[in-house]
Ligand binder design. Structure first.
Ligand code: IMP
Ligand code: MG
Length: 182
């Protein structure tokens, strides 16, 4: 994919599958649910970069328990739509998580490999508790058995872009979630 102009980007946006309004509505529900889980107890929200940065910003503002924010980067896709099957932690948390109730915030669960590895790694550090919230879930694509504690949207086996999700590092700034087409 060579991007020289706005038209080069737009021609790969097949159709909008989740509107900004629908996303906002589900985030309100997710925020209330998460706030209810912890009932005023402080939490640490851990965003898995880069894909979850937009979702994290909106979700954090929908949560009303005291919360700290942390970032981790995991890479499993390299310039394409197929998982490489190798999960690399390229940036780790700065916090010692043993005194935290941790909520992992992910953009999408596809094969399940990324979160399976991230959860294993974080559990080994003995957090007080650990839950996973994902914006999108593609259960049909699962290779390892993994379930989030809460998923905002279940989608079919499509490659999606926008609202943080990329193809070749583009499209993260779209305000909606769309299907990508070659
Ligand atoms: P998994 O390890 O296969 O579950 O893949 C998780 C990661 O792959 C996500 O955090 C995304 O970064 C990326 N990914 C999976 N499916 C899509 C998609 O449809 N669009 C964009 N990125 C995706
Ligand atoms: Mg991701």
């Amino acid at each position: 994919m060579t991007i020289n102009s706005k038209d080069d980007l737009i021609k790969h946006i097949n159709r909008v599958i989740i509107s900004p309004e629908k996303i906002a509505e589900r985030i309100k529900t997710a925020g209330e649910l998460i706030s209810g889980w912890y009932d005023g107890t402080p939490i640490l929200l851990v965003s898995i970069l880069k894909g979850s940065f937009v979702f994290m910003a909106d979700l954090a503002r929908a949560i009303d328990v005291p919360c700290e924010i942390g970032f981790m980067a995991a890479q499993s896709y390299y310039q394409g739509t197929q998982s490489s099957g190798v999960v690399n932690i390229t940036m780790d948390l700065a916090q010692d998580i043993s005194r935290y109730n941790v909520v992992i915030v992910e953009d999408i669960i596809d094969t399940g490999r990324t979160l399976n590895d991230v959860v294993k790694l974080l559990k080994a550090r003995n957090p007080k508790s650990l839950r996973v919230v994902t914006l999108l879930d593609k259960p049909e694509r699962r290779v390892v058995d993994f379930k989030a504690d809460f998923s905002l949207f279940t989608i079919p086996d499509l490659f999606v872009i926008g609202y943080g999700l990329d193809f070749g590092e583009y499209y993260r700034n779209l305000p909606y979630i769309a299907e990508y087409c070659e």
